[in-house]
Write a protein that binds this ligand. Structure first.
Ligand code: PEP
Ligand code: MN
Length: 363
């Protein structure tokens, strides 16, 4: 993609996104040298919309590096001035807000550990009453979209005009590839609830490892997200927080260069070819629904026979046979064994539930 296609923060909030917003900078501001060198290297390798840097770091365990604090705020602001780019930092209470406003921070973000707590969010929102500053709200650590929407609403209610969301993934209960589970459907849910709210993606905190950052940046574009916030450090391996997931400014430049940004007409309206294919999909879905209706009607007849014959509703042998046969009947490409298994396990589960409700005369 053309690197200059990164959006300026000033116009981004007010119009449909034509090119993504790019927020970049280190997880934490560590020293004037570190933030200046990072900012200057970013300027060399890619245009950015905002320079990020954590001043106070909410860490899971005590004893980890918790940010330099107030002193670092001024280093961040000076680094932004050096490269002519507005800056953003995380605020987690009213005191942070006051200090950030006094220092002249351009944009604030609310961290995932703060969004979970309505008391903190309200305290921060009150401290911002009457102030015209953009606020980015990260999703809460756990997958409760209502809290995310609620936090956004708290800022809107005190008069913040420019509020956006940051999808940074959700706490992973089992160890997977990513540090945080993407669960993209939560962003679709937020879009449905608040269509006017722009959503950017934080690939760094989803990935947890730097080699996975590029693919998540691309997913963000494929999902028509409105931008990305990527952690970038001049010497990532020596970073005082989140070392494994930070990329050098040079690497970020390559990632942005290789990013495929889809033409905006896809977002703003579909072509005739696309419309016609979607129409065919809609017809197939109607057929699927009608087949399901027939399938559940048969399940109803079977429930009555089971009841008459005194047979149990769930029959293990039948279930094992059905799952095995259906799982094997895919084509191995689009219809993978996982898909076939999940599809028929779901159908079977609801079929058993339906039969149970029929037998209990709940229907
Ligand atoms: C961060 O952006 O450095 C950060 C602490 O993120 P999160 O709140 O998403 O964990
Ligand atoms: Mn971080």
């Amino acid at each position: 993609m053309v690197a200059s296609k990164i959006q300026n923060i000033n116009n981004w909030f007010d119009a449909p996104t034509e090119s993504p917003l790019l927020i970049a900078g280190p997880c934490s501001v560590e020293s004037p040298e570190q933030i200046n060198a990072t900012a200057e290297a970013l300027r060399t390798h890619t245009p950015i919309s905002l320079l990020r840097g954590g001043v106070w770091k909410p860490r899971t365990k005590p004893g980890s590096f918790e940010g330099v604090g107030l002193e670092a705020m001024d280093w961040l602001i000076q680094a932004g001035k050096r490269i002519g780019t507005p800056v953003t930092t995380e605020v987690a209470n009213a005191e942070h807000v006051e200090a950030a406003l006094k220092a002249g921070v351009d944009v604030l973000w609310i961290g995932a550990r703060t969004t979970v707590n309505p008391f903190y969010v309200q305290e921060i929102a009150e401290a911002l009453r009457g102030v015209d500053i953009p606020v980015f709200v990260k999703n809460p650590i756990h997958a409760e979209i209502g809290l995310w929407a609620g936090a956004i609403e708290r800022f809107q209610k005190v008069g913040i005009r420019r509020v956006a969301a940051v999808h940074r993934g959700f706490y992973a209960t089992t160890k997977g590839v990513y540090r945080n589970e993407p669960h993209w459907h939560h962003s679709f849910g937020l879009r449905a609830m608040m269509p006017e709210i722009k959503i950017i993606v934080d690939p760094s905190h989803i990935a947890g490892k730097r080699h996975l950052v590029p693919e998540i940046c691309q997913v963000a574009m494929d999902l028509s997200m409105d931008g990305i916030m990527v952690e970038s450090h001049i010497t990532p391996d020596s970073a005082m927080s989140d070392a494994a997931q930070q990329v050098t400014p040079e690497r970020l430049g390559e990632i942005i260069q290789n990013l495929v940004i889809h033409p905006t007409h896809l977002k703003n309206g579909a072509s005739d070819e696309l419309k016609s294919l979607r129409h065919s999909l809609d017809e197939l879905d109607d057929e699927l629904v009608s087949i399901m209706r027939k399938r559940f009607a048969l399940a109803k007849d079977i429930a009555l026979i089971k009841e008459k014959e005194g047979a149990s509703i769930f029959q293990m042998e039948r279930w094992l046979k059905l799952v095995k046969e259906r799982t094997e009947s895919g084509d191995g490409e689009a219809l993978t064994p996982e898909f076939m298994h999940d599809l028929f396990a779901t159908i079977h589960k609801y079929s058993v539930e339906y039969q149970t409700r029929l037998t209990k005369k709940e229907l």
